[in-house]
Design a protein around this ligand. Structure first.
Ligand SMILES: NC(=O)c1ccc[n+]([C@@H]2O[C@H](COP(=O)([O-])OP(=O)(O)OC[C@H]3O[C@@H](n4cnc5c(N)ncnc54)[C@H](O)[C@@H]3O)[C@@H](O)[C@H]2O)c1
Length: 264
């Protein structure tokens, strides 16, 4: 399989902001056709329009809530048809919906975190991967989190959901590996948007994160990272594009932490 010649069609969920947006732009710079799925229709449209302007590639946006299994199936079908096939599926939609310890945060709020982060990933996998299995070719890259390895006390349901996502990645690697489909994960750690980067209204950085990330909390997050700084969306995108490319042809079922050594 010469992946570089054939792998040119990607679906990216959560592509309207921060990490997903950077993944979309990095793939576009390399000439890929992209379908961007996001709940934030205006932000998704504006990212897609800018990508078309900046890179001259095909980029369409589809408004979908990843927690809605039937809507994801419909949007994924429409996107795959528009692209003429699917070579790479990147799932970046997700993030914590709020903070609070296991017994402090209302269970119904924690359920929403699980729905977004675990069921979102399951829905995208259920809808997207069978096309690749049928084609006997494909790569899947899921953005998980190091909270799966070291749970964050103030992000209980999010940590639990991402642990489930990690289990899903490993399970699917075994299940669809025989069909020449590789499934891997990337774990970012404290990766805020860069100052010049627009984020959508549904981004955690404009939603819950806006008030949460005080300068003190930012400093504390950076202090946990041996390299002494936050990650950048581009650094996560570079890891995703590596896992989607020719150099990663035999990597399957692995989770790559891009975290400056924050958790080893
Ligand atoms: N940025 C970090 O520090 C960090 C750290 C660890 C893991 N992650 C993971 O990386 C991924 C991206 O994080 P980010 O910082 O870019 O987040 P973000 O909030 O900036 O972007 C997430 C995108 O997903 C979209 N989205 C939210 N809910 C959705 C839904 N129900 N259906 C469809 N789209 C929806 C948003 O509109 C947004 O465009 C997430 O899975 C997050 O858990 C991020």
């Amino acid at each position: 399989m010469d992946f570089e010649l054939t792998a040119k069609r990607a679906i990216v969920t959560g592509g309207a902001s921060n990490i997903g947006r950077s993944i979309v732009r990095t793939l576009a710079r390399e000439g890929w056709s992209i379908a961007l799925l996001d709940i934030d229709a205006p932000a998704a449209q504006s990212v897609a329009a800018l990508v078309v302007d900046d890179f001259g590639v095909e980029c369409r946006s589809f408004a979908v809530d990843v927690t809605d299994r039937l809507a994801v199936a419909a949007a994924m079908h429409e996107a795959t048809t528009a692209l003429g096939g699917l070579d790479v599926l990147v799932h970046a939609a997700g993030g914590p919906l709020g903070n609070g310890t296991f017994f402090a945060r209302p269970p119904e709020d924690q359920e929403r975190d699980i729905r977004l982060n675990l069921f979102g990933a399951l829905n995208v996998a259920w809808a997207g991967i069978p096309t690749m299995v049928a084609a006997r070719s494909g790569r899947v890259v899921i953005i998980a989190s190091d909270t799966a390895r070291q749970p964050a006390l103030d992000l209980p349901a999010y940590s639990i959901a991402k642990a489930g996502v990690t289990a899903m990645i490993r399970l699917l690697a075994a299940e669809v590996g025989p069909s020449n489909v590789a499934v891997n994960g990337v774990n970012p750690m404290f990766t805020p948007p860069t100052d010049d980067e627009p984020v959508g209204a549904q981004s955690r950085w404009s939603r819950s994160g806006k008030d949460y990330w005080t300068p003190e909390r930012r400093d504390a997050a950076v202090a946990k990272i041996p390299m002494g700084r936050a990650g950048t969306p581009q650094e996560i995108a570079d890891a995703v594009v590596f896992l989607a490319g020719a150099g990663a042809a035999f990597i399957n079922g692995q989770i790559l932490s891009v975290n400056g050594g924050g958790i080893v």
